[in-house]
Design a protein. Structure first.
Length: 279
């Protein structure tokens, strides 16, 4: 562990690998946690998991056809996000059922295509993530996305609040809820695709759901939950990355375990406070 700590802060490792990973990772966690508040409260929390599996299928096909992964995955996942949100709102097919149908189909296609082409190892990092291998362009795109998401929540806070809690009321007051759902769909799709490179398609949904659940234990107002979710997500991410480097564990899984631990602590604390209040 001492040797890992020394390597971690060498100029070569810190400047070339760790710093870009921290910047890009923090940007993606901010995006996923803020968007997660709206998605969880609107009961679309599993859409991140579904989109990540669809993204894996698209990335596998892109790898087989020697195409740029992001150029293929982004439009596919954005279209899928629109379809899933539309089905959840207007279709007889239950939202969770639609997500399960689309995600398992896409994941199966990705596995079959990659295995037949003999590139299973080449696309496996999309399943499990490779945050320490984030490129400069990935980091720049992540930061730009984080700025866009933060700007949306600051500038459109009141309308996001109304659309999140009561979409029918928002429509009655003149808010075009469809446009805001489209914005969420696009931002969520981009976040999921970038998050897949960092956390992997199997774990990216955890960044959307768990920080929000923790924040809801700590705060009662919408603004408080949004701020707490972003803060918890960033802190857990940084702790998880350093734990993974110190103990040679998978970065994505380490971040998730830290998030789960914080959620458990917040749940236990809430329970103790409630009991002491009753006493």
């Amino acid at each position: 562990m001492t040797e890992n700590l020394k390597i971690m802060f060498t100029p070569e490792f810190f400047g070339a690998i760790l710093l870009p990973a921290l910047i890009g990772g923090i940007a993606v966690t901010i995006c996923s946690s803020l968007l997660g508040v709206t998605l969880v409260l609107k009961r679309y929390s599993m859409i991140g998991d579904g989109l990540s599996h669809i993204g894996y299928g698209a990335l596998s096909v892109a790898a087989v056809m020697n195409l740029a992964p992001l150029k293929v995955a982004l439009p596919v996942v954005i279209v899928a996000a629109f379809i899933l949100l539309r089905l959840s709102e207007n279709s007889k097919l239950n939202g969770d059922s639609a997500i399960a149908l689309f995600s398992t189909t896409a994941l199966s296609i990705g596995i079959i295509v990659s295995s037949k082409a003999g590139i299973t190892n080449g696309v496996s990092h999309y399943l499990f993530g490779s945050i320490l291998a984030m490129s400069k362009s990935d980091v720049i795109l992540s930061v730009c996305l984080a700025v866009a998401v933060i700007a949306v929540y600051i500038l459109l806070y009141n309308r996001i609040f109304s659309v999140t809690f009561d979409e029918n009321f928002a429509k009655a007051t003149g808010v075009n809820a469809g446009i805001y759902n489209m914005i969420f769909a696009v931002l969520t799709a981009i976040t999921v695709v970038l998050g897949m490179m960092m956390m992997g398609s199997l774990l990216i949904s955890s960044l959307i759901v768990i920080p929000t659940l923790t924040a809801m234990k700590l705060c009662k107002s919408f603004k408080g939950v949004v701020i707490a979710s972003g803060t918890v997500s960033v802190v857990c991410f940084v702790i998880g990355i350093f734990i993974s480097l110190l103990f040679n564990t998978a970065p994505g899984a380490s971040v998730v375990i830290v998030n789960v631990a914080v959620y458990c602590i917040s749940t236990l604390t809430e329970s103790v406070l409630k009991r002491s209040g009753k006493a």
